[in-house]
Design a binder for this molecule. Structure first.
Ligand code: MLT
Length: 411
């Protein structure tokens, strides 16, 4: 008799975005005429910019000739890309990294999901609530979460509520934790932390020998000053933080797949006997065993992001999405709903009318306005009564959605 990994039975029935797709498909079957606008999953809609396409094309041609063909590449990523990442994303912020501290991958979803493998099973995990479901689901799969309670919380996870009442600024946990997931600009709330606020977490981690997993997937959307683009802008963070970045959201790679994770050699864990051991070595071991590197072609496309034309083109696309964000923010405000985010992030987080629960509002929006969004409670119990809209849609669809909010939604 082959036994299953019963931790999986402890998960919600389906992954949040799969559940949304299922509900939308059912609605579409029942109402084939409905012209649905999707502002649910944070998937980009603009084409890859020409400079990146050129980079990809050249690499495709190289693969077609024996002289320039590439087989397995380095599991950690090609040096040509890692050097650009360090030079353009970190050096201008005054952050020094060695090339063996950056690991290129096929996405931040996989990296943020896989990273928990290098931490002991009795690690006390804390995460902000609401949260990107990958962080929590992967800890459930590993058996670290304990059982799901009726309140929607797993027994062994420390939830750090973020809501309008605390301006979405997470407070330090009262109990001691070992591993902390932070994502800023935040998915799903679209809110940010100032450097001074992030410093409290870095200080906490240093004092408690904890590690911060910092997801900076949306850093390219930061518009205001005094908001850190990298956690390593905070003094001491290289001792305690692992940072995740992706080309998905800044350069349109959601379907092309390329990201990277920074694991400084100074971030230490401890053996059972109390000996310090660098997480960098463990992650390298994990990646070399389970991953054969992101495709050469894709990494060449990512390299083109760092050319002057590439930079100009991606910034135009970011500005396009941020214009959508502004339109959604203003539209939601104009119908009298409270709105957060959307200023330094492509997500708009709104308070549902009359404290309606998130899934009820999902159905209402779909029925009355044919708009798909994401129910806040899908990101955790503190998301109840909130709802997320993304700015990653096409401009014309976004404006049409705003118009429908104003004219079709019965409040
Ligand atoms: C989201 O919609 O929260 C994210 O885009 C999903 C993802 O990046 O995996």
């Amino acid at each position: 008799m082959t036994k299953i990994n019963e931790n999986y039975l402890n998960l919600p029935g389906s992954y949040l975005f799969a559940e949304i797709s299922r509900r939308v498909a059912a609605y579409k079957t029942a109402h084939p005429e409905a012209d649905i606008i999707r502002l649910g999953i944070g998937d980009v809609t603009k084409a890859l910019p020409p400079t990146i396409i050129d980079g990809l094309h050249k690499a495709v041609d190289e693969m077609g000739s024996d002289e320039t063909f590439r087989g397995y590449g380095p599991e950690q990523g090609y040096t040509f890309l890692i050097e650009k990442i360090i030079q353009f994303d970190y050096a201008p912020l005054g952050i020094q990294l060695d090339t063996d501290e950056v690991f290129v991958s096929d996405g931040s979803k996989s990296d943020t999901g896989n990273i928990q493998e290098i931490f002991s099973l009795d690690t006390k995990v804390a995460m902000t609530d609401p949260v990107y479901p990958v962080y929590i689901d992967t800890n459930v799969m590993a058996g670290r979460s304990g059982l799901l309670g009726k309140d929607g919380r797993y027994a062994n996870i420390v939830y750090i509520p973020c809501h309008a009442g605390n301006s979405f600024v997470p407070e330090l946990p009262k109990e001691k934790v070992d591993l902390i997931y932070l994502c800023f600009p935040n998915n799903p709330t679209g809110t940010t932390l100032k450097k001074s606020e992030l410093k409290k977490w870095v200080d906490y981690a240093r004092e408690n020998k904890a590690v911060i997993l910092y997801d900076a997937a949306y850093e390219a959307y930061i518009q205001e000053d005094d908001i850190p683009h990298s956690i390593y802008e905070v003094e001491g963070a290289k001792e305690v933080a692992i940072e995740f970045r992706t080309f998905s959201k800044n350069a349109g790679f959601t379907g092309t797949r390329c990201a990277f994770t920074v694991v400084p050699k100074t971030v230490m864990g401890y053996t059972a006997s109390g000996e310090a051991y660098p997480f960098n070595k463990l992650w390298n071991r994990r990646q070399t065993t389970k991953f054969n590197g992101a495709p050469y072609i894709v990494q060449k496309g990512a390299e083109a992001v760092y050319t002057p034309e590439g930079q100009k083109q991606i910034h135009e696309i970011i500005a396009y999405y941020m214009k959508n964000a502004k339109a959604i923010r203003e539209g939601v405000q104009s119908i009298g709903l409270e709105v957060f985010g959307g200023v330094n992030a492509p997500y708009i987080w709104l308070k549902t009318p009359q404290n309606m629960d998130s899934w009820t509002f999902f159905d209402k929006l779909l029925n009355e306005a044919h708009i798909v969004g994401t129910p806040g409670v899908g990101f955790g119990p503190s998301g109840q009564g909130y709802f997320r809209l993304t700015a990653f849609g096409k401009a014309e669809n976004t404006l049409e959605a705003v118009e429908r909010l104003k004219t079709r939604l019965k409040l």
